[in-house]
Design a protein around this ligand. Structure first.
Ligand SMILES: *Cc1c(COP(=O)(O)O)cnc(C)c1O
Length: 421
């Protein structure tokens, strides 16, 4: 199912013409389709039916409050990696008890805020972090429920910058030390060390690495149980991939079966932390062609979106489909072009030698699969105001983050007194 379809020759998001959004909100702009997010969430929850499972949306993939609330309304919890994300999850209406705090570098202030908010689980990634959490919880007279994040030394087989479960990566506690760290944590005041967690990377298309990682967690959980430790939760992380070009998707039923097998007989609650899977294909970056420029050896289509709005192509060499908003005439020639943004960097390139029908200045294009790790990674580089976001539901749309004005952008800076007013 896709929420972005051509109707009478014009690309729509659900029932809203993208040309209408471009005219009314301007470009570049991210457009998200509620139905696509809900369909992905329901598909995963459906596959996990029969398991005691909680899906905690990984907020870092797309942290717009309206996006988080869309999932919260369907029963999702949230996986957060900073106080800012935690505040977003709470503001969006996620119950604190369903919030998990992940990440290797939680500050004391962040831990204190999360403890006071009463979040459901801290995923702890090192012994020093565990000791700090114990100290802060004890000082506050509170108890932190903890899962230890294990580094299972499994290669997720995805891009090096989004692989997190190998022993040389900075994440998690090595398997060799995990049981000892768990035992020492169980003896610390202010902590209820109750579970194990794993997250081996992002954009996984094959279930084999999941199987390897979940099995490591299940085996360790059994050993700790046998040692008398109360383990009541296993957190299997996120990482389920999506189709950007033509990649076959991991089979959700198989994914769920692997989780069930790994946790078999433990009676644990299972936690999943999908991000990209829930939002990636629910969003497009809508952009307008500024110029078509014929270079010596190729044609450049220069658009008004840039790497500061969507950095994935240059950061991860990521592929994103690009299509015209107006359906091409039947039989229109298809020619390779470089789709580039205006930023003064050679890396400001959305696609090299991408096949497109003829487009002219003023035409609208969509850069697809941009719902995850798009707007959240946007910057103001080249002093381009942060890209706005629109959420569509049926025949309605709402601007869920407006485009900042130039005044508000410049107004963030301050002049030191020695430079005058
Ligand atoms: C990034 C991250 C996720 C989400 O990853 P996706 O690939 O977007 O599903 C989940 N858990 C943790 C700990 C993460 O760092």
């Amino acid at each position: 199912m896709t929420a972005f379809t051509y109707r009478e020759g014009a690309l729509h998001a659900e029932d809203v013409a993208l040309a209408r959004i471009a005219a009314e909100v301007g470009t570049p702009v991210y457009v998200y389709a509620t139905s696509a997010m809900e369909a992905q969430y329901d598909a995963l929850v459906g596959a996990l039916a029969g398991l005691d499972a909680l899906v905690c949306y990984a907020v870092k993939a797309n942290s717009n409050l309206a996006v988080i609330r869309t999932f919260a309304r369907r029963g999702a919890g949230a996986d957060v990696v900073s106080e800012g994300e935690l505040r977003r999850a709470l503001a969006a209406g996620v119950p604190a008890s369903k919030i998990i705090f992940s990440g290797i570098g939680k500050t004391e202030a962040e831990m204190e805020f999360a403890l006071r908010a009463g979040i459901g689980q801290f995923n702890v990634e090192s012994e020093p972090e565990m000791i700090a959490l114990s100290r802060i919880a004890t000082r506050l007279g509170l108890v932190a429920t903890v899962a230890l994040r294990i580094n299972p030394d499994v290669d997720a087989g995805s891009h090096a910058k989004i692989t997190t479960g190998r022993k040389e990566n900075k994440f998690g506690i090595d398997l060799a030390h995990a049981a000892d760290v768990f035992r020492r944590g169980a003896a610390l005041p202010g902590l209820a060390v109750r579970g194990l967690a794993v997250h081996i990377g992002s954009q996984l298309l094959d279930v084999a690495p999941f199987r390897a990682a979940f099995d490591v967690v299940g085996t360790l959980a059994r050993a700790l149980r046998n040692g008398g430790h109360p383990i009541d939760r296993l957190d299997f992380g996120g990482g389920i991939g999506i189709t950007y070009r033509d990649e076959p998707l991991p089979d959700l039923a198989l994914y769920a079966a692997i989780a069930r097998e790994a946790a078999d007989g433990l009676g644990c609650r299972l936690v999943f932390e999908p991000g990209r899977f829930l939002v990636g294909n629910a969003g497009v970056l809508l952009t307008r062609v500024l110029y078509v420029k014929d270079g010596v050896s190729q044609r450049f289509v220069i658009v008004d979106a840039a790497m500061n709005d969507l950095i994935r192509p240059t950061l991860y060499d990521a592929y994103h489909g690009i299509d015209p908003v107006l359906a091409p005439a039947p039989g229109a020639p298809l020619d390779p072009v470089d789709v580039v943004g205006p930023v003064c960097e050679t890396g400001d390139l959305f696609a090299a030698q991408h096949v497109l029908p003829p487009v002219a200045a003023g035409a609208l294009l969509v850069i697809r699969s941009a719902g995850a790790y798009g707007a959240v990674m946007a910057s103001e580089y080249n002093s381009r105001p942060l890209v706005p976001e629109v959420l569509v539901k049926g025949g309605h749309y709402a601007v869920v983050r407006p485009r900042p004005t130039y005044e508000s952008m410049l107004g963030l800076d301050r002049m030191p007194d020695w430079l005058g007013p």
